[in-house]
Design a protein around this ligand. Structure first.
Ligand SMILES: [Ca+2]
Length: 221
């Protein structure tokens, strides 16, 4: 059995992502069960679901912000199992590696807008100052039916107020998500969106002190 700390998620279990000085027996047992389940899933899942499982495991990499709690990670693993048994395949991230534009970027640090849609949770887009109303736009390449979005912000436990607008022609915009009074402080956030669009624009309208408009991944389904 391998504790995920010190390993780049080859085979891992969920319990104790953070440093603890002792371990309770029931937690250890849970960890062993999770380990066996992950190992089994890795051997039977399709490539698409394997990637989804890996994303969940990646949130438990040492020195990350542990964006999911143990229970959330377990719930996601159960969800993946259920979909696998139903014969479903994971939804395709429509934003992945698509063209992007932004109001600004810390480009000299490599924090260009395309870093928000490169599928890599260690690269990020960041605006070039702490002002609000910076935006990131993704061109999906063609008109698509939208169902869901997710954002992995730079920081956990911070409030990012944002809105999402969509457009068919890059001229006329429709507000489809209004989180301008966002109460959620988790680093990973997701929500439902409806309608058809080719262009999707995320605008950060409120920031806590010390936070800039900055995020690792913006996914659209
Ligand atoms: Ca990225």
């Amino acid at each position: 059995m391998q504790d995920i700390r010190g390993f780049r998620v080859a085979i891992a279990f969920f319990v104790y992502p953070e440093n603890r000085s002792s371990i309770r027996f029931e937690r250890l047992r849970e960890g062993i069960q999770d380990y066996e389940k992950i190992k089994l899933l890795q051997s039977v899942l399709s490539d698409g679901w394997k990637t989804e499982l890996q994303k969940t495991l990646n949130t438990f990499v040492p020195n990350s912000n542990y964006t999911l709690t143990v229970n959330e990670a377990k719930a996601r693993m159960d969800d993946i199992t259920k979909h696998h048994l139903n014969g479903d395949e994971p939804a395709v991230n429509l934003a992945l590696n698509k063209d992007t534009e932004a109001s600004s970027c810390e480009c000299s640090y490599g924090r260009d807008p395309d870093k928000a849609v490169d599928g890599n949770t260690s690269t990020r887009w960041c605006a070039n100052n702490e002002e609000v109303n910076h935006w990131l736009m993704v061109d999906l390449g063609q008109v698509q039916n939208l169902s869901q979005y997710s954002i992995l912000w730079e920081f956990n436990n911070k409030t990012y107020d944002y809105v999402i607008e969509t457009s068919l022609d890059k001229t006329n915009w429709t507000l489809i998500v209004d989180k301008s009074n966002n109460l959620i402080t988790t680093q990973f956030q997701q929500g439902v969106i409806n309608g058809e669009a080719r262009y999707v624009r995320l605008k950060i309208v409120g920031l806590q002190s010390g936070c800039w408009a900055s995020l690792y991944e913006f996914e659209i389904y």
